[in-house]
Design a protein around this ligand. Structure first.
Ligand SMILES: [Zn+2]
Ligand SMILES: [Zn+2]
Length: 496
């Protein structure tokens, strides 16, 4: 008891000393990136689908470290401190006095704010909206400083602020020299609502507008939609665009939004004129994923998605092998089941040429049953074979679906470096033949499985890897498995 008291006493002393120190934010953010906090969680619009996209679009652009809060009503000065810019995807009730003051101080002090679509409606004179456009019938005292920051407010008085039916229209950049718009095409088309009759504040700098066509029930005027505003030392970017995911996914929205957020944070823009929805490094490993001959979950197509260092094309056999693969691909990933007789001599030659050219080959799961009667393939190249039928010197292999097993990486090889043992729910194989000269990467503890379930082949001309797990979605969705397959691709391409 006495020793326990001493122990706690020492801990308290340590805690008291530690409390005086602050831990720098740089330990928790990506270096050099713009720190963005998206404020959301209440909106008459579908924030549940649009907020992930607003985050994703910035992450595609690559310059941002993005966080999201769905409860901005309780923000404090301390919460906002690490951030460079706030993105408001919010249209709901007012926040605590403390939160509103924190946001005002944040912007006034020289940081950024980006206001998206209905966020201009929030905190104003008209009634508060509920989720899914529900009328709450509640009027709140306006947060006047919000309107000052946004640069405009909504009004129910004539001419009423609002919009005609959503339609496709052309947005025109009025200022083509501003950092946000410089270098962009002069116009872009979008299917969106076109807000009209904003009550604009003096000093707002309009960047883009669109004609609110009378034919569509509009007021016939050229309506400001994208603008910047100053608030204290801070910068505000506003876009009236972005009613829903369809509107936000238009390239014109995405690029103006990402550049607007960058400008609000840094007072300059370095992003390109197009945000690539699938950005890849210039030297990304070029993968041909070959399917066919075996059913599989469509989920498998995105096992390598979201990586900048790997670019994937999917092609089923036999057409996958119709051309010389060497000029276009670095790694062949086989997730198919095929026998030699199904390919023409030309197809077989293309495959052979690729494998003998010092390229990469990753054989996944059921592709271990490929080319049963092509000894060169299974004995030399893959170093293993699932036997569909027993042969005089080899027993038939067998499988079992839906097994829970613990898969353990063997230390030492870069493909499994840093990967922990993992519990997976997959299909097991038994009595798969493999060469005694393979380098084993993974083992299984399960009685229905062979102990060795992944390896690097001893084949010398190319780097060949076999990974047995990967029957279905349960495995394909695991970050652990995605890392494993990604590593196998990079290693087989000679990149690790
Ligand atoms: Zn809307
Ligand atoms: Zn399977």
């Amino acid at each position: 008891m006495r020793r326990l008291a001493v122990f706690f006493g020492a801990n308290l002393l340590l805690a008291a000393g530690a409390a005086a120190q602050t831990v720098p934010d740089r330990f928790f953010f990506e270096e050099g990136k713009i720190r963005v906090l998206i404020l959301t969680g209440r909106n008459n619009h579908d924030w549940r689908s649009t907020t992930p996209y607003l985050r994703h679009a910035l992450e595609l652009a690559g310059e941002f470290d993005v966080r999201v809060t769905e409860e901005p009503g309780g923000l404090t000065e301390e919460t906002l401190k690490p951030y460079d810019v706030l993105v408001a995807n919010y249209c709901g009730p007012r926040w605590s006095a403390q939160a509103e003051k924190a946001v005002e101080e944040f912007v006034r002090g020289g940081k950024g704010l980006a206001v998206v679509h209905a966020a201009s409606y929030a905190f104003g004179e008209p009634a508060v909206f509920g989720e899914k456009m529900n009328q709450t019938g509640v009027f709140q005292q306006p947060w006047t400083q919000w309107g000052e920051m946004v640069g405009a407010v909504w009004s129910d008085a004539e001419p009423k602020t609002g919009h005609a039916p959503r339609h496709a229209y052309e947005v025109k950049w009025r200022d083509t020299q501003h950092p946000i718009s410089a270098g962009l095409p002069a116009t872009f088309r979008i299917s969106d609502e076109l807000y009209h009759n904003f009550r604009m504040k003096p000093g707002v700098h309009v960047l883009a507008s669109a004609i609110d066509s009378r034919d569509n029930g509009g007021n016939g005027k050229d309506e400001p939609l994208v603008w910047t505003n100053a608030y204290g030392k801070g910068r505000v970017f506003h876009t009236a665009l972005g009613h829903d995911l369809d509107a936000m996914q238009s390239p014109g929205f995405t690029v103006s939004y990402a550049r607007g957020v960058e400008w609000a944070a840094r007072d300059r823009v370095s992003l390109p004129a197009r945000i690539d929805p699938n950005p890849k490094n210039r030297d990304a490993v070029r993968v041909l994923l070959v399917t066919g001959g075996h059913d599989h979950d469509a989920m498998f197509y995105n096992v390598l998605d979201g990586r900048r260092d790997i670019r994937v094309n999917v092609d089923p056999h036999p057409v996958a092998f119709r051309n010389d693969l060497r000029p276009n691909y670095d790694v062949l990933v086989l997730y198919d089941t095929i026998q030699r007789g199904q390919l023409s001599e030309k197809h077989l030659q293309n495959l052979k040429d690729f494998v003998e050219a010092g390229k990469g080959v990753v054989v996944l799961h059921h592709a271990i049953a490929d080319f049963q009667d092509w000894e060169w393939w299974w004995k030399e190249v893959v170093g293993g074979r699932y036997l569909l039928q027993a042969e005089p010197s080899y027993p038939a292999s067998s499988y079992l679906h839906g097994v829970e097993e613990v898969v353990t990486p063997k230390p030492g090889h870069p493909i499994v470096k840093g990967l922990p043992p993992m519990r997976v729910f997959d299909e097991t194989y038994k009595q798969v033949w493999h060469s005694g000269n393979v380098t084993v990467l993974l083992t299984s503890d399960h009685p229905t499985s062979d102990p060795d379930i992944a390896w690097v082949s001893p084949y010398r001309k190319s780097r060949v890897v076999y990974l047995q797990p990967g029957h279905g979605r349960e495995t394909a969705e695991m970050p652990w498995y995605r890392q494993l397959v990604g590593n196998a691709v990079l290693w087989s391409a000679g990149r690790m």
